[in-house]
Design a protein around this ligand. Structure first.
Ligand code: AMP
Length: 292
């Protein structure tokens, strides 16, 4: 596995690969890799000739009170995960190669960011879209793979690619979970033992919502209320940012549950912000949204 930090080395490698007519798949990450990332990498591996992973803890997507400074950094362990998953080239650029001192151009989305995490993390998606656009330009992948755990992020990137005519196919891979349902996240390691137990409430609430849908309940408000109540009871003390039912295409709230509706939630347990979601009737809409 090649490991590059210099954009110039990356560009030379990329030009060689593309010159041979080979297609590149890209999986952008912030490192602290876990089994969710590994699954994403393996899914991407199957989509192209060469697999690139990037590790960059992107400062512009963290708010001033968020965890940029303490975000876990563990390059050696991450390299082992990448090697194991069949990564051909790992790109770990230093901050100054991504953001010049007078960097001044950002990608801002004005519709899909209005709800869900958007209002709770001002500037977050602007940072995400900007760094992903940079990585797309640098790596020039044919395919990029993102996780459904960050569903809003993935949909935003699909929208950016569509609206800015970026020649990249953006695929979404299913969320990988612990045995008890908790979605894997680099931030789970912040949780104390007690918080870790309470954190199960999120995925339980989503299953509860899905179960109600499967039994024929269609009232979105009613189902979200039940989910919220479950979370407030099981995860207490917990600060819930939102529990919402939105359509996966526009990420706008719906009144009536149907296949293709995303049940999504965000909550803070102790100092840790957790997000999770579930897509209703998933099997039937595979393909429609470029899920793999
Ligand atoms: P991050 O390093 O947290 O920015 O995540 C990098 C990529 O991995 C994003 O596309 C995430 O959506 C994805 N990812 C994170 N956690 C999971 C998970 N539990 N299952 C699947 N994909 C994930």
């Amino acid at each position: 596995m090649l490991v590059y930090s210099s954009p110039r080395e990356l560009a030379a490698w990329r030009d060689r690969v593309r010159g041979m007519g080979q297609r590149i798949a890209l999986v952008p990450t912030m490192g602290a890799l876990h089994a969710g990332h590994a699954t994403l990498l393996r899914a991407a591996r199957a989509q192209a000739d060469k697999l690139v992973a990037s590790i960059f803890v992107n400062p512009t997507q963290f708010g001033p009170l968020e965890d940029f400074d303490r975000y876990p950094r563990q390059l050696d362990a991450d390299q082992a995960v990448c090697r194991e998953a069949g990564v051909d080239m790992l790109f770990c650029p230093p901050r100054e190669d991504m953001y010049a001192g007078d960097h001044s151009v950002y990608v801002v989305e004005g519709r899909l960011t209005r709800g869900l995490c958007g209002p709770h993390r001002p500037g977050h998606f602007r940072g995400v879209l900007t760094v992903v656009a940079q990585l797309f330009n640098m790596v020039q992948p044919a395919v990029a793979m993102f996780g459904q755990k960050d569903a809003q992020q993935a949909r935003l990137i699909q929208r950016m690619v569509r609206d800015l005519h970026m020649p990249v196919r953006v695929l979404i891979a299913p969320t990988v979970r612990e045995a008890d349902g908790l979605a894997l996240s680099s931030r789970n390691r912040y949780l104390t033992e007690d918080e870790r137990r309470r954190a199960c409430a999120l995925s339980q609430a989503l299953r509860l919502g899905e179960g109600a849908y499967q039994r024929g309940v269609r009232d979105a408000d009613e189902v979200c209320r039940q989910m919220r109540k479950h979370c407030e009871t099981v995860a207490a003390p917990v600060a819930i940012d939102y529990v919402e039912a939105v359509d996966f295409e526009r990420l706008e709230p719906v009144r009536t549950l149907a296949d293709g509706v995303l049940l999504a939630m965000a909550a803070r347990i102790g100092g840790t912000r957790l997000i999770d979601n579930i897509l209703l009737g998933r099997e039937r809409i595979l393909g429609a949204f470029d899920l793999v």
